[in-house]
Design a protein around this ligand. Structure first.
Ligand SMILES: Cc1ncc(C[n+]2csc(CCOP(=O)(O)OP(=O)(O)O)c2C)c(N)n1
Length: 699
């Protein structure tokens, strides 16, 4: 068990630095203690290196957290977010001390892990380890790509660094190797990673699990690597950061030998400091050992605050200086400057979707992946901010934009990205590109391998990031490769991610409409699910509802001959729509009037009004669903009236019972919903449940 004597062996920084570092440390300790929940260890050990970065070099403006040329900082080890919140508060972001006191409570701006969009200054939602590091790679890619497009001689308007703070867990996750390899290969010299090398994870020492030479591993990826032995040695850490910035050809990893729970007499250097409050007594002992007032808690010494708050003037100066440079740039390159503003705001040019192709049956049969490829060609030419590629499947996913060149170290202006066979990193890199802003990122692979990129897709949905996925080979219809490559449960899996829009178009014309939805969606990811096999092209003269129907998720493609009440509704998606049309004809021959509803997106359909959905799927008409995928999820459309108490949004950070109650998981709500269903059945009325927690017809 380490003692306070062990603490004393670690060199102390000069007085003001030490005061500032301890301010961060004890704010984090007090936040976790007050919430009685969270992770004090990493903040306590990493405060000095975070301070070295934020105080000495990070370019940011607390009063304008979205300023385009700010440095990006990602806390990949999101569990240590008390440190980030402390930094944001003391440097003057709009995060009052009161918010720190509400750490992990319902409705606060200090959730249990950093959430993009909830807290000013938080650049990415992190917590799932490894993702933040790969987000950083995506941000660094965005920086060089935008630099290549917009910078001109004497006008460096895109010129910032991306910093990431990682823990052991981040580097243990496989995604760190995928992303590290991409960063090294691409020579992303402005990516700088600080590693809290504290030798401890949840189960104990890293000796249990993590014994390779991490420095050698990243050096092998092509990184510049440095070690700092003294975790509190601000000057040496600042010097290492300076070295890293001067190393322009390689990304940098700086391993700082930190000590989890630094300063805690009984918990420093133990896993006990990782994931629970220190405890009232240990907080007292730690504060006493480090000469910090035991009370009041949340103590911020005036001298430290004044020092930290210099960040406001510094940040303002940096931004003003950049704005004057941007003005000079705009004077010389007016069109380019306007274009820069447009892409940073993710505005679209007025005519971006004018004159998109209308395919005819003579063009078919056509795989929807091929139709998508044609759209990428067209849209990629109109929208230079589109940038993406595939995880080594571009010839199959049709994701390249011809004539734009490859994104590679020799040509960062290239827009065709070769992610290599690294789906997880691809997803997280796309997220980083979207978080950076200025690009419309997209990435493709076979639908089956979307499983490999589910973690970043979930985060894209949570962060409402406009990322586009192109998933081809979308069903057993892809054929010979067999069950390892034939997706079954992936469709419902994707649909079940709150905020994800999945579109599975039925032909080339629905694919055009699907791309229009994807590009037009400013917030939130879209998955385009496409066939490998050729499909007949639906004639727009016979099926004029396609362009307006697809954005609604589901629409009547072909109705019963009388246009009256159908005997049955056939719902189909993607390639199975053609089967439904054929079935409808055969049924008609036997006197059965069938309506074909094409439903490229259950997510979009579920978001339509009850009235619209009722019109498409009348309550008392039987339904047959045809989709070459798992039937799970369709029941809520096709069964008798069903009410579900479930969750169709992401959760919230607060004590468990509070969260459950807010999401409707109470006995009272069970009774209320049961009575509503009973009443509805009695009335035989169409179901119109309105509670946000009641997912009638959702997935
Ligand atoms: C993908 C993923 N798996 C598991 C976890 C749960 N988890 C949170 S922190 C952690 C490891 C803690 O070790 P380390 O990364 O070294 O952080 P430290 O102990 O220094 O705080 C784990 C397994 C997670 N957040 N993300």
């Amino acid at each position: 068990m380490p003692t306070s004597a062990a603490v004393a062996t670690i060199a102390a920084p000069p007085a003001l630095d030490e005061l500032c570092i301890n301010t961060l440390r004890f704010l984090a300790v007090d936040m976790v203690q007050k919430a009685n929940s969270g992770h004090p260890g990493l903040p306590m050990g990493s405060s000095a290196m975070a301070y070295a970065l934020w105080d000495r070099s990070l370019k940011f403006n607390p009063r304008d957290p979205r300023w385009p040329d700010r440095d990006r900082f990602i806390l990949s080890a999101g569990h240590g977010c008390a440190l980030l919140y402390a930094l944001l508060h003391v440097t003057g972001f709009d995060l009052p001390l009161e918010e720190l006191k509400k750490f992990r409570q319902w409705g606060s701006r200090t959730p249990g892990h950093p959430e993009y969009g909830k807290t000013p200054g938080v650049e990415a939602t992190t917590g799932p380890l490894g993702q933040g590091l790969a987000n950083g790679v995506g941000m660094a890619i965005a920086e060089v790509a935008l630099g290549a497009r917009f910078n001109r001689p004497n006008h460096q308007i895109v010129d910032h660094f991306t910093y990431v703070l990682v823990s052991d867990g981040d580097l243990e996750e496989g995604i760190s190797s995928e992303a590290g390899s991409v960063a090294g290969h691409q020579h992303l010299g402005k990516l700088i990673v600080l590693y809290a090398d504290n030798h401890i994870t949840i189960e104990g020492s890293t000796e249990l699990t993590f014994t390779e030479d991490r420095m050698a591993r990243f050096a092998a990826f092509g990184w510049h690597v440095q070690r700092v032995q003294q975790s509190n040695d601000v000057e040496t850490i600042a010097q290492a950061l300076e070295n890293a910035r001067n190393e322009t050809d390689r990304p940098s990893l700086i391993a700082v030998r930190t000590h989890i729970g630094f300063g805690s007499p009984h918990k420093q250097d133990t896993a006990a400091a990782h994931g629970e409050a220190l405890g009232v007594e240990e907080v007292r002992l730690t504060k006493e050992a480090m000469d910090w007032p035991v009370s009041p808690s949340f103590h911020v010494p005036e001298e430290a605050l004044q020092h930290f708050r210099r960040a406001i003037a510094r940040g303002n100066d940096a931004q003003v200086e950049w704005e004057s440079r941007f003005k000079a740039f705009a004077q010389e390159h007016a069109g380019l400057a306007a274009e820069f503003d447009r892409v940073i705001d993710r505005d679209l040019p007025n005519d971006w979707d004018m004159g998109l192709p209308a395919f005819t049956p003579a063009d078919g049969p056509m795989d929807t992946r091929v139709a998508s490829g044609k759209m990428i060609e067209i849209l990629g030419t109109r929208l230079p901010e589109m940038m993406g590629g595939s995880a080594d499947l571009a010839p199959s996913t049709h994701t390249n934009i011809d004539g734009t060149g490859n994104f590679e170290p020799e040509d960062w202006a290239g827009r065709n990205m070769h992610f290599g066979i690294r789906e997880n990193a691809m997803g997280a890199i796309l997220n980083g590109m979207a978080l950076h802003s200025g690009l419309i990122p997209y990435g493709g692979t076979f639908l089956i391998f979307s499983d490999y990129m589910r973690p970043p897709m979930r985060l894209a949905a949570m962060n409402a990031l406009p990322v586009i996925y192109i998933f081809t080979h979308d069903s057993i219809g892809m054929g010979e490769d067999g069950p390892t490559h034939q997706p079954v449960e992936q469709l419902i899996g994707l649909r079940s991610i709150p905020g994800m829009v999945v579109l599975r178009p039925a032909d080339a014309n629905e694919t055009v409409a699907a791309w229009r939805v994807a590009i037009g969606r400013m917030q939130g990811p879209v998955a385009l699910v496409l066939t490998r096999q050729g499909l007949p092209v639906l004639d727009l003269n016979s099926y004029p509802a396609i362009p307006t129907g697809v954005p609604l998720g589901g629409y009547i493609l072909a109705d019963s001959p009388t246009n009256g009440r159908p005997d049955i509704v056939l719902i189909a998606t993607g390639s199975e729509v053609h089967l439904a049309l054929e079935g409808r004809e055969r049924l008609a021959a036997g006197g059965v009037h069938a309506r074909v509803v094409s439903m490229p997106s259950t997510n979009l359909f579920a978001a339509q009004s009850d009235d619209y959905r009722e019109r498409i799927l009348p309550a008392d008409v039987p339904i047959l669903v045809i989709e070459a995928g798992s039937p799970v999820g369709w029941q809520s459309f096709v069964g008798p009236r069903i009410a579900v108490i479930g969750i169709d949004t992401f959760g919230s950070s607060a004590p468990g019972p509070v969260v459950m109650e807010h999401y409707g998981f109470t006995a009272e709500n069970v009774c209320r919903q049961a009575h509503r269903v009973l009443d509805l059945l009695k009335e035989k009325a169409p179901c119109a449940l309105e509670s946000p927690q009641t997912m009638e017809g959702s997935f």
